[in-house]
Design a protein around this ligand. Structure first.
Ligand code: PRP
Ligand code: URA
Length: 207
C-alpha cells in the first residue's frame, strides 16, 4: 500500500523545498516539519499501551503510543533531517542508521555503513526523502528484513511513480507514506519536477 498525503500544509512545505531559493538551513527544517506530519499520518493506527500518569488532579490511565516498539532508521545522508524532526515528536524512540550512496552513473546504491539495534518485534520507520528508481529503498528494506524487522513502514517526501512501483513489487508488505508523488524520472534518473539532489540541498554541497 502507498498513501500520498492530501494535507495542504504538506503540499505547501514540499513546494518550499522545490524552490531553489530555499537555502540549506530552511531546507532541512522544512524536511523536519514534513516528516513529523507524515509520521503522524503513518502512526494513526499504531498500537497504544495503557499508561498510568500523574495529572494535576491525580493518577489517570491514558493511551500512549507504544514507542518502545518503534525503531527509526534514516538512510544517510538525506534521511538525517527526517530523523531529527521525528525525534522531536518521539524523543524516546530508538534509532538505527543505514548509510547508502547512489552511483550517479549506474543509479545503483551501495551500503557503506550500518548500525541497527535489535529489531525483534519492532516496527521500523525507514526514512529517506527521495524514491527515484527505488533502488536505495529496496536495498535498505532487504537489509532490515535480514536483520529481523517485524514490520517496515517507509516515510518519504517525494517519489517517482516508477520507483514506488518497483518498491511495491519487491516488497508488497511494506507500506509507503509519501508527501507527494511527482510525474516521472528524467534520463539521469532524477525526479521531475522534483527538488534536485536532496542530500546536496540539505547539506549545502550542490556547487
Ligand atoms: C538519494 C536519496 C535516496 C536515493 C534515491 O541519496 O536520498 O537515498 O538517492 O535514489 P534511488 O531511488 O534511485 O535509489 P544519494 O544516494 O544521492 O545519497 P545522499 O543522501 O548522500 O545525497
Ligand atoms: N536523489 C535525489 O536526491 N533526487 C532525485 O531526484 C533522485 C535521486
Amino acid at each position: 500500500m502507498y498513501k500520498e498525503s492530501t494535507n495542504v500544509v504538506v503540499k505547501h512545505l514540499v513546494n518550499r523545498l522545490r524552490d531553489v531559493r530555499t537555502a540549506s538551513n530552511e531546507f532541512r527544517l522544512t524536511i523536519e516539519e514534513i516528516s513529523r506530519i507524515i509520521a503522524a499520518e503513518a502512526l494513526q493506527d499504531f498500537q497504544t499501551i495503557t499508561t498510568n500518569i500523574e495529572t494535576w488532579q491525580g493518577p489517570l490511565d491514558v493511551e500512549m503510543l507504544e514507542v518502545q516498539k518503534l525503531v527509526l532508521v534514516p538512510i544517510l545522508r538525506a534521511g538525517e533531517p527526517m530523523l531529527t524532526g521525528i525525534l522531536r515528536t518521539l524523543p524516546y524512540a530508538k534509532s538505527g542508521f543505514l548509510a547508502m550512496k547512489r552511483d550517479e552513473e549506474t543509479a545503483l546504491s551501495k551500503l557503506f555503513y550500518e548500525n541497527i539495534p535489535n529489531l525483534e518485534g519492532k516496527t521500523v520507520l525507514l526514512l529517506d526523502p527521495m524514491i527515484a528508481t527505488g533502488g536505495s529503498l529496496i536495498d535498505g528494506i532487504d537489509y532490515l528484513k535480514e536483520k529481523g524487522a517485524q514490520r517496515i513502514v517507509s516515510l518519504n517526501i517525494l517519489g517517482a511513480p516508477e520507483g514506488i512501483e518497483a518498491v511495491q513489487k519487491a516488497h508488497p508488505d511494506v507500506d509507503i507514506y509519501i508527501a507527494q508523488i511527482d510525474e516521472r524520472l528524467d534520463d539521469n534518473k532524477y525526479i521531475r519536477p522534483g527538488l534536485g539532489d536532496a542530500g546536496d540541498r540539505a547539506f549545502n554541497t550542490n556547487a
